[in-house]
Ligand binder design. Structure first.
Ligand code: AMP
Ligand code: MG
Length: 430
């Protein structure tokens, strides 16, 4: 674990900490450093159940009732009081879902019951209609059911007073239904984070403009838009800003003034970082790191703003399109989730066999783009992974084609065909 320290100490005098080397940060270390400076939002609002999809709960949801409310039948069949010996029962009525049987069931009697109908007083067991023989108003059990068979107990899904969803939970489709199953129509959620982003670089041209020699279209703003939209943030796209100190300063300060988080791409690599670095030093405390990873080596993190009370978090991503995405997913996304008030949810890893050899140097973490695919082995389907042939940090098509990262940590070197490697599904980053 890292020592607690202040951002300004690290930004101005990094040598004060012996375990801190901005030029050789591991992925894990960089994530931990960022984590210590993140304080979650506090402002809350009410959202209808439907509008809470993707939002972060700001208060526990406690069950106001048992779900289900009553013992009910899991099958269409006949409800009766269990007894070891009675094989023939008299049918005395019917219980429907939503229309209970009013009377009581005595030994030797049963009630025809539909799935979801309340178990009548006196009954405790349901036999499926397929397991009986019926003759006028009498049924005969074809086999001996166990006591309590086919009965869903009151509170077996949720119990009265139980915390159903905890503060910090991010609402998923099942949660909307779960909350509705309690009869709750509104929930308390945190305010969405306000996030502004812009691209930097003289070579960048916006979509819709013609390209001159040496110019490229700005794609990072589009990938950032996509990644941020899926996180349910309030986003502002501030365009692409040329490498002009005055313009950059104005854009940066306006963005910091009006947002919780500012993200830029480009201008943090060596040789490029100079005005961004000077600007960020002037208006905040920002750390510039070289991370032992590929792609995505340069990364800047800090806080910026006109006054010290209201500062925005700042993330400076590398300009290369794949590097920008990888650093976003690995550092910015978990940080944004923490600032949004969301509980920590690591993106799962799992191990699969690689179907091709992989070239890799030890000493850094690589996030290679790969394709997980189904293969047949001894008549069984097994999932394997193949790295894409072009792993260049500017090859954005590799991110489109890939369905996973093959995450090879610092200790891993070249991998032969058949080696077990760790993968993370790109779909898990939603
Ligand atoms: P930089 O980090 O600014 O040195 O940029 C590294 C590489 O990424 C250069 O080849 C840039 O042209 C490219 N690049 C920077 N920003 C973007 C962007 N917004 N969209 C696409 N490519 C970019
Ligand atoms: Mg640049």
């Amino acid at each position: 674990m890292i020592n607690k320290t202040t951002l300004s100490t690290l930004a101005t005098d990094p040598s004060c900490m012996d375990d801190y080397d901005p030029n050789a940060m591991s992925v894990v270390q960089a994530r931990q450093f960022i984590q210590q400076f993140l304080s979650p939002v506090v402002a809350t609002e009410t959202a209808s159940v439907r509008n809470s999809l993707g939002r972060v709960l700001a208060a526990d949801i406690v069950s106001p009732s048992n779900v289900p409310n009553h013992n009910n039948s899991a099958m269409d069949g006949f409800a009766f009081k269990f007894s070891g010996h009675l094989k023939t029962l008299k049918v005395i009525g019917t219980a429907f879902a939503g229309k209970a049987f009013e009377g009581a069931v005595n030994p030797g009697e049963c009630v025809k019951i539909m799935t979801g109908a309340v178990i009548p007083t006196g009954a405790d067991t349901v036999v499926m209609q397929e397991r009986i023989a019926i003759k006028s108003d009498r049924i005969t059990l074809l086999d001996a059911p166990k006591q309590g068979l086919n009965v869903r107990l009151a509170g077996e899904d949720l119990k009265l007073g139980q915390t159903v969803l905890a503060k910090g939970h991010v609402m998923k489709p099942a949660d909307l239904g779960l909350v509705a199953s309690l009869g709750i129509g509104e929930v308390t959620v945190y305010h969405p984070l306000k996030v502004a982003f812009f691209s930097t670089g003289d070579e960048l041209v916006s979509v819709g403009q013609p390209l001159d020699v040496g110019q490229i279209y700005d794609s990072n703003r589009y990938t950032l838009y996509g990644m941020l939209s899926r996180l349910n943030m309030q986003i502002s796209d501030l365009g692409n800003i040329p490498d002009d100190p005055k313009l950059l300063e104005k854009t940066l300060l306006d963005a910091a003034e009006n947002n919780d988080v500012v993200i830029t791409s480009g201008g943090v690599s060596v040789g490029e970082a100079d005005y961004m670095k000077a600007l960020l030093a002037k208006h905040g405390q920002v750390l510039f790191w070289k991370i032992n990873m590929k792609p995505g080596r340069p990364l800047a993190y800090g806080k910026i703003g006109k006054n010290n009370d209201k500062q925005a978090h700042y993330f400076g991503l590398p300009g290369n399109p794949v590097s920008a995405m990888v650093t976003f997913y690995q550092f910015v996304q978990p940080a944004l989730q923490a600032i949004s008030g969301a509980a920590y949810r690591p993106v799962p890893f799992f191990n699969v066999e690689c179907a091709d050899s992989i070239k890799k140097a030890t000493g850094r973490t690589e996030f290679q783009r790969g394709i997980l695919f189904e293969d047949m082995q001894d008549g069984h389907v097994v999932w394997k992974v193949k790295p894409l042939p072009n792993q260049g940090s500017g090859v954005l098509s590799s991110m489109s084609t890939a369905n996973c990262f093959i995450v090879l940590d610092e200790t891993v070197g070249n991998c032969e065909v058949g080696t077990s490697v760790r993968v993370q599904l790109l779909d898990s980053f939603i």
